[in-house]
Design a binder for this molecule. Structure first.
Ligand code: 21W
Length: 223
C-alpha cells in the first residue's frame, strides 16, 4: 500500500499560485479552477487508471459498505476541494464518485479524505493483526456493539453484569445480543429496519419483550 500526496496549489500557473476564482453568475465565496485540479490529478495518477473520488458535501454518505468497496480497488484518487466547491466541468470530466462524510460543514475535503484512508486501509490484508477483527466489528451487522467491561469487577461501586461473570458461554452470548438490540433501539433505531434476525434471535427478542418494537421498525423496511 502506498499513498501519493500532491498539493493542487503546485499546479497553478499564475505567479500567485491561484487555484480559485469568483463564481460566474455572482454570489458568495470562491470556486476551484478546473485547470490546476486537472494538472494535479494527472500528476497524481502517473498515467495509471484509478477511480476518482471527490470529497464533497453533495456526495453520497460514506459508510462501511463503501469502505469495503473502495478496499477492493487497486487504486483510488481522493480529490479534496476547498472554498465553495470545484468547477462543475472538472467533476463532470474526471470524477467518478462524490462522497460526503455526513450532514455537517467542514472547511474542505482533507479531513474527510483522511477518514476514508483510515477506514479503507484497515480493511487491507495485513493492516489489522487479524482479519476477523475487521469483519466482526459494529457494521458487519446492523446492530451496535454490546457494552464491554474489563477488570476490576467493581469500579466506584458499579459492578460488571452477572451474565458476563457466569462463565456460561451461551448465557454470555444471549446477554450480549440483547444488550446490542437494546442499545440499537435507544441510539440508532433506523438500523434495525435493515437487520435480519435468525429464528433463535426472534425467540430471544420475544422472551425479553423487544419483539414488538423491533417488528414495528422492520415493518417499514425497504429491502
Ligand atoms: C463546505 C464545500 C460547504 C462547499 C453551491 C453554491 C468534503 C465535506 C467536504 C465545503 C460547501 C464532506 C455552495 C461532510 C463537508 C467539503 C467544504 C457549500 C455551498 N454550493 N463531508 N454554494 N461535510 N466541505 N457549498 O463539508 O469539502 S466531504
Amino acid at each position: 500500500m502506498a499513498i501519493n500526496l500532491v498539493n493542487i496549489r503546485d499546479f497553478a500557473t499564475d505567479k500567485h499560485a491561484m487555484t480559485d476564482d469568483r463564481p460566474f453568475g455572482g454570489g458568495e465565496g470562491m470556486v476551484m479552477k478546473p485547470e490546476p485540479l486537472t494538472a494535479a490529478l494527472k500528476s497524481s495518477q502517473q498515467g495509471k487508471a484509478s477511480r476518482v473520488i471527490l470529497l464533497s458535501p453533495q456526495g453520497r454518505v460514506f459508510n462501511q459498505a463503501l469502505a469495503a468497496e473502495l478496499a477492493g480497488e487497486s487504486r483510488i484518487t481522493l480529490v479534496c476541494g476547498r472554498y465553495e466547491g470545484v468547477d462543475e466541468r472538472f467533476s463532470h470530466r474526471y470524477v467518478n464518485d462524490e462522497i460526503s462524510l455526513g450532514d455537517y460543514i467542514l472547511t474542505g475535503g482533507e479531513l474527510a479524505a483522511l477518514v476514508i484512508v483510515d477506514a479503507v486501509t484497515r480493511l487491507l490484508p495485513g493492516v489489522l493483526g487479524c482479519t476477523a477483527s475487521a469483519e466482526n466489528d459494529t457494521f458487519s451487522r446492523n446492530l451496535l456493539k454490546h457494552p464491554q467491561y474489563t477488570r476490576p469487577r467493581s469500579f466506584e461501586g458499579e459492578s460488571v453484569p452477572e451474565d458476563l461473570l457466569s462463565g456460561d458461554h451461551q448465557r454470555i452470548e444471549i446477554y450480549r445480543f440483547i444488550a446490542s438490540v437494546q442499545r440499537t433501539l435507544a441510539r440508532r433505531p433506523e438500523l434495525l429496519s435493515r437487520e435480519d434476525f435468525t429464528s433463535e434471535e426472534i425467540k430471544l427478542l420475544r422472551q425479553y419483550g423487544l419483539y414488538e418494537k423491533v417488528a414495528e421498525l422492520q415493518a417499514g423496511r425497504q429491502g
